[in-house]
Design a protein around this ligand. Sequence first.
Ligand code: ADP
Ligand code: MG
Length: 699
Amino acid sequence: MGKQNVPELFGSLVFDDRVMRARLSADVYQSLKRTIDENVRLDESVAEAVAQEMRDWAVEHGATHFTHWFQPLTGVTAEKHDSFISRSPDGGVIMEFSGKELIKGEPDASSFPSGGLRATFEARGYTAWDPTSYAFIKDHTLCIPTAFCSYSGEALDKKTPLLRSMQALNRQAKRILKLFGKDVKYVRTSVGPEQEYFLIDQEMFNKRPDLIYTGRTLFGAMPPKGQELDDHYFGAIKPRVIAFMEDLNAELWKVGILAKTEHNEVAPAQHELAPIFSTTNVATDHNQLTMEIMQKVARRHGMVCLLHEKPFAGVNGSGKHNNWSMATDTGVNLLSPGETPYENAQFLLFLCAVIQAVDDYQDLLRLSVATAGNDHRLGANEAPPAIISVFLGDELTAILDAIKTDKPYEGTEKVIMKLGVHSLPRFSRDNTDRNRTSPFAFTGNKFEFRSLGSSNSIACCNIMLNAAVAESLKQYADVLETAEDFESALHDLIKSTIIKHERILFNGNGYGEEWVKEATEVRGLSNLKTTPDAMPHLLDPKNKEMLISQKVFTEAELHSRCEIMLENYCKTVKIEAQTMVDMVRKSYLPAIEDYLYHLAETTALMRSVSEHVKCEYEVSTLERLSELTDVILERVRELEGALADVKAIEEVLPTSEEIRDHLIPKMDALRKCVDEAEMLTSEKDWPVPSYGKILFSVY
Ligand code: ADP
Ligand code: MG
């Protein structure tokens, strides 16, 4: 790829505002814009006009098909392509696309997970255009971002509740801003997700059934070198990776994704990509698209992009950082400390809303990132712990302390701060003391939620975050709207919120053992270590009430989601266990046996030549390996037994608990003895490439 004109390339395959303004009539453009900005219903004639222009534009740009692009609960995106062709009377075809086809699609919903929703409700589903996320062209197909619902209106995807949660936050934030004398059109949440991934050679990948079937290695002895030297993090990027990144950036830019930052990560072969932030639903679409394009582009370069949370034991896994904030239509960031006393009070109120939300709904945030893959990371000293807490930094913490105790803040001005009257001390916004061990950190003008797994859809955590913050804001608005003296009510509200929720604030080392003790025993914070521990809390009465009253989920949707997420966990681990059994029986045991045969033959041969040779190496290796094959056999039988036990359970929650308590320990035990055997077996006899080869093979 030679020199390119990035501004020209950027968004060249997107039906974005530039294209709409240039191609739509003024009326149509204005009315579509109102739908996008203010959520006003779109009328059919407008949809018809937009559809015509979209089709013409798409065909001009090489598209032959269109699809409603949606995000079912499988976690990946789904699309069903239809071509634009329509029979014309002269025997040929014309390219057609109607307003109806733009607005609504009817994919066969029956093969997507619905967690019981389909048993009780209509089997079919429909997709509905989300005009706030631009249509784009991918692989000669016009992709129309959509929400996916059942005919009875139940959401069957991640986007519908995400849009609802954004609406909830918009409603409540506007109420608060009104109290501060600001009449804004809308408040939207914005997200910038930092995406981690591994790149490995495709040939290595092809030789590892565990990577092929499960996305992670289920066996593998440690290489002599891992990430000890910290020489990979921010290190010079290797030429093959550079070529990949250039190609990837171009592809992302074409579909309007603001790919911005790229660097090597901590583990060998690990990298990160961060876009410039955008509105949450757009950021979500873009992150899904980024993950898909990463994998596709990697293949073009003879590599495979691994998005699993823990592809390799012993080196860091991959996560995703969800940078989140709220902003008005005029671009004012509500989490940016203000310039005037009044703005500062407003900032503090929004800050409190987030603190309270995280404290009240720790479990929802935790479960929103719970997957079988992410269970390997959280609490494993490479990612934030499963305990959710908020990092504010010393200065902001001191300010909150001063407000809480009515004591002077030891900053520049020694006054007792009365909000709305006194200036808040200016505190530095630089990020020097950022605490990487905190799951939820304030980083100057946004919060960074760091517990996400690399393959998670960011929709899940943002649904919970938006809903929970909307709930805090609702409670505040209820109080403040009826207050006689707004300023003193505001002061009291902020003060009481700090007192009530300060247990969630923690600036210390989140990786430490002491923190676990303090958090759980002294502060009473929840520590939900695994997916089966976390997920059932979705149905706790307080969580259900909030999510239903904020109109983010219906009761039936919550039950179905809990079911689907647990089912997902069970299926994932069962496939892993089955893959282990397969690899051990079909590859590892026969390979070790070949090597044993070689050792035995060699020993016998050597001894036939001379009676003085000791064959110490051959005999001791043979003895240990032979012992190990017996252990491996015993453990693989145990794993098969555990797998049978799991399969015998019908209900999903007890199944997941059985997996957590019995199946996973058996998998770990089996891995241990196989990894030991790997260390004793000749590399050329080992049936799969070693960790060292996989992690250090890309240049
Ligand atoms: P770091 O790796 O130091 O955490 P990066 O610069 O890689 O930081 O990523 C920060 C992310 O936060 C970027 O995606 C950036 O666009 C995003 N971001 C910045 N401001 C906001 C905001 N107001 N709302 C949401 N995301 C934001
Ligand atoms: Mg970050």
